[in-house]
Design a protein around this ligand. Structure first.
Ligand code: IVH
Length: 784
């Protein structure tokens, strides 16, 4: 077959698939097949550019940007619709139709005539007119003022379900199709998420998103937006199509035009009302937003007889649903302290009815959202309640801002417990450098002392992986807190038999059992205890790292955030969470109370040898984030100058002996700031206080047999869980990683091991099966 024929064949086939997909809603081929055909066509057209035609399915990508839209005059004006809000408004409309058509009006002798109406959803988008000449799309226009609109031909061509060419036969030579361009709810969410990601403009609702996308001078932007079209009528036609409205729509559907799946007949006004109620009940479940339904007298002769009144047809009406957006005032912004301590700003609104429900609060999510909205207390805002979604503040109407408007401020202290409210830190790494910035979330750091967080804190504290207090379920924690018997975890250890036996679900035996379990939990490992404290972002793994590396609770409590970043897998973000937690007086109090109530940590001891070994003056300098000074620069500096004091006091000449000019200047500049000097000295003092010795050379970790090694576990182990295997390896000093690399020392592979085992074999990494692993542990004196 020659190229030209193949191109025609591909276009016909793609048009057919598009039609089945968009108009009939019954796709005939999988997306992959469609893509294959599409790509073949694209390739052929690229090779033979003279064969490209404007109606090819490949021509929906948008063209070059316009300077302005030109104007288009509508041969037949694009009118608007009258509105009905109440059921009686619709009955009045029907009465006018019946009278206008001189039909029997339900008096004593005749039964009231049931007018044949068409029923369609009223899509919330924008009206467009599409002009087809000889079956080809030649022009697209907006409604404008109804008489003159804008030429958006290049843009409508990018809308996927607008046919560039009509299907079948029998269409009038001149055919103007009218309908709504809209954005689906899902498309709107996707677009806003993508816009927010790149810091672009987000849209208040699908209607604005559709309008903003369609009225782009650059049609490539329109092409990237998820727009859809639904046809609801015709404008000028060179010959008549059918004698009823629904007849016309069905013809159009046959020619490839998407029409509403919800199009129905109704015999008389009561059936119209039933349609309204049915669509209303399904409104939230429809994939697009509607603001009502439209009823039209179906018979075209009857339409002509009724005619128009001003700019509205007498034969059609929009029956509106309650609006999903309203204006109201922000009376105040309050802060809710959640169960994790996160602080959520909530707008208190002057009560307003939105889509039938009175709204007096709306969440503002976080401070970034308030900044994005530019919201101040006293502002008038647009509130939107989409379906079951919690009401949202979409926009501030800045023009209505009163002089008394004031900015929103986060309280510096938690109103519940009085602890500090801290802003979370975000840490970004690029080119090996860490930079911190402020996060959107504020948090009350009084984790153990804050009543707002207490239940969750205690549920976590007693849980199996934490203090493992058997018999203490969530229900009992809730009861104990509600009855005021527990105000902090330390109170657990003061519970008496008399108090427990009163709780719901506790008898004599179970009460004694619980008290025994509480008693038995008094000797936890340091790691368990740290995990049980529920420090934000500190899971079991991090707790173990802290315990193993620092060895004592005192060191963990004192550690500076920068010092914590010496530990494996702890970045500045988590380091600050840990530091803030232990800085808080309330938290310190509770920890002291816990220790006073007889809690004894089992395994406190020295600093881990690998920690001491890796903590050298040059690594400390490298971690100070002095611009352009990395590990190598830091090493040279220490080799030349020896101590931190000398480095801080060095002049340009001294520094240039060790570093290049740029680096030397950066070091001098850095230590010029007293704050940086202080920080470096504080870190040094702490590291020295932890019993670490300065040495430029890294010492080989001594002590634990697997220190410095990385192991990987994969597949299922039958004689122990992966968690247990991990703990055992870690107790020997190994780090357990999630993936295999050239740096892996050994892989333990149980049955079902897959890609990790294959990779280990590829890289020649040593592999142990479960038996060999158990023997190895045995040899190390660890029982399974
Ligand atoms: S018929 C003369 N049908 O509503 C009749 N309009 O207020 C003209 N709309 O500008 C319109 N869905 O943007 C009609 N199924 C539907 C509609 C619909 C949405 C919009 C359209 C029009 C406005 C009229």
């Amino acid at each position: 077959m020659n190229v030209e024929n193949r191109i025609h064949e591909l276009r016909a086939e793609l048009d057919q698939h598009n039609y089945r997909y968009y108009v009939l809603d019954e796709p005939s081929v999988p997306d992959a097949e469609y893509d294959r055909l599409f790509n073949e066509l694209k390739a052929l057209e690229a090779e033979h550019p003279h064969l490209v035609t404007p109606d090819s399915p490949t021509q929906r990508v948008g063209g070059s940007a316009l300077a302005a839209f030109s104007q288009v005059r509508h041969e037949i004006p694009m009118l608007s619709l009258g509105n009905a809000f109440e059921e009686d408004d619709l009955r009045d409309f029907d009465r006018r139709v019946v009278e206008g058509l001189d039909l029997p009006t339900g008096d004593l002798f005749a039964e009231e005539a049931a007018v044949d109406y068409s029923c369609e959803p009223k899509l919330d988008g924008l009206a467009v007119s599409l002009l087809y000449r000889d079956g080809l799309l030649v022009q697209g226009a907006t409604r404008g003022d109804g008489t003159t609109g804008e030429d958006i031909s290049a843009n409508v061509r990018t809308v996927r379900n607008i046919p560039l060419k009509l299907q079948g036969t029998g269409w009038p030579a001149v055919l103007e199709v009218r309908g709504e361009v809209y954005m689906s709810k899902a498309g709107f969410e996707r677009l806003n998420a993508a816009q927010a990601e790149v810091g672009g403009k987000t849209f208040a609702n699908p209607r604005n998103a559709a309008a903003g996308s369609l009225r782009q001078l650059d049609s490539k932007i329109t092409a990237s937006r998820p727009l859809e079209f639904c046809c609801y009528g015709v404008g000028q036609v060179s010959e008549s199509i059918a004698d009823s409205h629904i007849g016309i729509l069905e013809k159009l559907k046959g020619w490839g035009m998407p029409i509403s799946r919800e199009l129905r007949h109704a015999a008389g006004v009561e059936q119209c009302l039933a349609y309204y109620r049915d669509i209303g009940a399904r409104r939230n479940d429809l994939p697009y937003e509607i603001d009502g339904v439209v009823f039209k007298v179906n018979n075209l002769a009857a339409q002509r007889e009724l005619g128009f009144r001003a700019r509205e047809p007498r034969w059609a009406i929009a029956h509106k649903f309650p609006a999903m957006e309203e204006l109201t005032e922000v009376l105040d912004v309050e802060f809710q302290f959640g169960r994790t301590g996160a602080v959520t700003p909530v707008a208190r609104l002057k009560p307003v009815k939105v889509a039938g429900v009175t709204v007096s609060n709306a969440t503002l999510h976080n401070m970034d959202e308030i900044a994005r909205l530019g919201l101040m207390i006293g502002d008038t805002v647009i509130i939107r309640r989409a379906g079951d979604v919690i009401p949202q503040v979409m926009q501030v109407v800045t023009e209505r801002r009163p002089e008394s408007a004031r900015p929103v401020q986060v309280p510096s202290q938690c109103p519940v417990c009085g602890s500090q409210v801290e802003r979370t830190q975000l840490v970004k790494r690029s080119k090996g450098k860490e930079t911190t910035s402020e996060g959107a979330v504020y948090r009350c750091v009084g984790r153990l002392a804050c009543a707002a967080q207490l239940k969750q804190a205690i549920i976590h504290y007693v849980s199996r992986r934490a203090m493992d207090i058997d018999g203490m379920g969530e229900k009992s924690v809730e009861q104990l807190v509600d009855e005021g018997l527990i105000r902090s975890p330390a109170d657990l250890y003061r519970l008496t038999f008399e108090q427990v036996v009163e709780l719901e679900g506790f008898a004599e035996v179970s009460s004694n059992k619980l008290l025994d379990a509480i008693e038995a939990s008094k000797r936890p490992s340091l790691a368990r205890f740290i995990f049980a404290l529920g420090i934000p972002d500190v899971g079991e793994e991090t707790a173990k790292v802290l315990a193993r590396s620092l060895g004592s609770l005192a060191r963990v409590q004192q550690a500076l955030p920068q010092v914590l970043t010496y530990l494996p897998d702890i970045g500045l973000e988590v380091a600050y969470e840990i530091h803030n937690f232990f800085e808080d007086d309330h938290n310190r109090d509770v920890i002291q109370q816990l220790l006073d109530s007889g809690l004894q940590l089992q395994d406190e001891g020295e600093l881990a040898p690998e920690f001491a070994a890796s903590t050298t003056l040059d690594s400390m300098i490298a971690k100070l984030d002095i611009p352009s000074v990395g590990p190598t620069g830091a090493q040279k500096l220490v080799a030349k100058l020896g101590t931190l004091d000398k480095i801080i006091e060095a002049d340009g000449i001294d520094l240039r002996q060790a570093l290049n000019t740029k680096q030397a200047e950066a070091v001098r500049e850095f230590f010029k700031a007293p704050a940086n000097q202080q920080l470096a000295r504080a870190i040094e003092a702490q590291l020295l206080g932890f019993g670490m010795h300065w040495a430029s050379e890294k010492k080989v970790a001594e002590g634990l047999p697997l220190a410095g090694q990385t192991w990987v576990l994969t597949g299922t182990l039958e004689r122990m869980s992966r968690d247990v295997a991990k703990e055992k390896l870690e107790s020997l000093g190994a780090k357990v990683a999630g993936s295999v690399s050239g740096k892996t020392h050994c892989v333990v592979a149980g049955p079902g091991a897959g890609s990790k085992l294959a990779k280990a074999n590829d890289l020649g990494v040593k592999v142990l099966d479960e038996d060999a692993f158990v023997s190895f542990l045995d040899a190390q004196g660890i029982a399974v």
